[in-house]
Design a binder for this molecule. Sequence first.
Ligand code: BES
Ligand code: ZN
Ligand code: ZN
Length: 509
Amino acid sequence: MTALTLSTAAAAGLRADAIVIGVAKGAKGPVVAPGAEALDKAYDGRLAGVLETLGASGGEGEVTKLPAPAGFKAPLVVAVGLGAEPEKDAEYDAEALRKAAGVAARTLAGSKKAAFALPLTDAADAGAVAEGALLGAYSFDAYKDSGKDGRAKGNGKAPLAEIALLGGKPRDKAYRAAIERATAVTEELNRARDLINTPPNDLYPEAFAAVAQAAGKEHGIKVQVLDEKALTKGGYGGILGVGSGSAAGPRLVKLSYTHSKAKKHLAFVGKGITYDSGGISLKPAGHNETMKCDMSGAAAVFAAVVAAARLGLEVNVTGWLALAENMPSGSATRPGDVLRMYSGKTVEVLNTDAEGRLVLADALWAASEEKPDAIVDVATLTGAMVLALGNRTFGVMANDDAFRTAIVEAAEEVGEPSWPMPLPDHLRKGMDSPTADIANMGERMGGGLVAGLFLREFVGEGITWAHLDIAGPAFNESGPFGYTPKGGTGSAVRTLVRLAELTAEGDLG
Ligand code: BES
Ligand code: ZN
Ligand code: ZN
């Protein structure tokens, strides 16, 4: 894990492997961002020109390395692109800082210590740089064997070990709080990434539940686990139906974080399919290699509840993890089977690959029984949402327009692209079943919205609810960018944490 501290040290005297500075795209070429004044001076005020000579433009994601000038203890300068220079008197926005810090941290993998001299105007900026750096430094090498000869673990390099934020104000309460928040949120988000990246032969429902129990003990969160026996007794037909084909049985995990001064209660519900083969409606080859990521919603919910507890937010947050492995076998649910759900409704399963909505339906109903002020579910639910919004944007549906807008805005604030999606009533009739109350599949067109409409029927009367379909951004199959690594991304964690904060502050609902 990367350690990060606020530092008042002067850049020149700091013993580090590198100094990170920002370079922005100005009207007439690259401009050196505030924070690097001492360095620019050591270059006789010609640093921007030097960078231009080296081909730098200041564009987002760009990295330019140059030797540090005489008098600097660190040997290397890493200039990261911040994108367009802000208008006069405006500041660099938080997301530009996060991305640049993330790129720098990733570039410096294998190094011990770096000093970040990026533009910081206030505590929020320090928080943004810390967040980007700690997320960008992430790597997953638990399965890269060290070998018998004692070589360093992994083929890759160890994450950057230590970061000093220059220009930070360690005596300022707001700065310290921003760093504490960034540390808690990124540690839990990176833990969610670990869970997503862990292969499904090791992360099955029972194993995930055990991780939740351990975290609950550590952070004072009450954790209750319903195993197959308890699920059967309780009548959780959706979760049981999806899990019945697997040798690794399903679980429903409830995490309760409570604060004595809480005025509101939020419920987060996560889809936790530890592997989605499609079941009897088996996915074709090419569509199941990354399906260990199908528990990303549950991982996000888990991380957000633990982060809320670590931050001591004045709000009650209940997390529900609907965990099952979707496998074909002699005991698996067949297309044509009817399940009796926890809510009492019956569902005709027409396609066993539309399993997420089945486990979520039970968890949504269980969450509703507590009558929270709002429920937000998070799920890698449909390929249709990926077709609609691409790989970096999640869709937001809700039974309340103002709540949906608030979520899109909160997501934007934390740097998670999202987009509001409708729940058109006319799509409901496609799920009419001749046998049961509803089928688990409807029209193919607008498949993401159809799934949302299905879920809406399992939300208790009068409860504000939103659904985040993160099928696109949950798992990054291409190369890393900004502070986002390849593999599990931790999508929606920061949005959920922000929603909990806003609720605690009385600014939501
Ligand atoms: N887990 C998948 C959705 C998914 C697709 C997640 C791509 C991440 C990337 C989900 O369970 C699924 O298979 N949905 C089906 C539903 C259909 C059968 C109605 C889909 O989207 O094709
Ligand atoms: Zn599926
Ligand atoms: Zn799935």
